[in-house]
Write a protein of this length. Structure first.
Length: 242
């Protein structure tokens, strides 16, 4: 603060020490308020994200076992084991199939859907809007949810989307036909371990990779690649037994 005394010379006069102290205190209060607001915002976001985590856990692989012994009857059986925790869970059937450029997943051919844990059946509810989505509540203490389903292959040639996937001598298995996956999951975050059971006398053939003699079993290299449930490439094993 500048003052002009009687001699005409300007002098700097410092404010009282109490004023400087008050200014410092108010500055610290303002900074503390901002810090508290930031901290509370971060805590709110953490609580929100924690509440939105689905019941499926991503640190363990999902196991799928497909039984083709009734393929000659145009029926594919599948059992899927999901690592889960207590809470709401939504599983979905693949809708968008690569190369189809439309939501053509053959949901009309899916049947026999059952949810269970520890030998006890768990109720599920189909979504009112999205017919590809199935909701359930995982009970406390359950770590593995078992889902069984059947795919009914058409037995005559028809227009899109699906044609027969089996004959009396041959079955073509597209993995998107026989699996579910947790809603909202990214394909890169999901790992599936697959097993395939064949009719007596049948053998496995895969156009990309075929390995023989893996501990007495046939093995096809496989990996989960996209939300349509396809297995391709060289990301793990697909043992088969008859």
């Amino acid at each position: 603060m500048a003052l002009l005394p009687d001699d005409g010379r300007a002098r700097q006069v410092r404010p009282p020490e109490s004023c400087a102290t008050l200014a410092r205190i108010f500055g610290e209060i303002t900074m503390n308020r901002r810090a508290w607001r930031t901290l509370l915002l971060r805590l709110f976001l953490l609580l929100f994200l924690a509440g939105s985590v689905p019941a499926q856990t991503g640190n363990k692989p999902i196991r799928i076992a497909v039984d083709l012994r009734d393929a000659t009857k145009y029926i594919f059986h599948a059992t899927i084991e999901f690592p889960v925790k207590a809470g709401a869970l939504t599983l979905v059937y693949p809708k968008w199939i690569p190369g189809d450029h439309a939501p053509t997943g053959p949901i009309v051919d899916l049947t026999g859907l059952k949810f269970s844990a520890g030998g006890k059946e768990i109720a599920w509810l189909r979504d009112d809007v999205d017919m590809y989505a199935f909701h359930c509540d995982v009970p406390a203490g359950v770590e593995t949810l078992e889902v069984s389903l059947d795919y009914l292959s058409p037995n005559t040639v028809q227009s899109m989307p699906e044609n027969p996937a089996a004959t009396s001598q041959l079955a073509v298995l597209n993995w998107n036909l026989v699996l579910l996956y947790p809603q909202g999951s990214k394909s890169d975050d999901l790992t599936y371990e697959a097993r395939l059971r064949l009719p007596a006398g049948w053998k496995i053939w895969n156009g990309s990779t075929y390995r023989k003699g893996f501990r007495g079993q046939n093995r096809i290299s496989a990996g989960f690649t996209d939300d349509a449930g396809r297995f391709a490439g060289d990301r793990g094993g697909l043992p088969a037994h008859d």
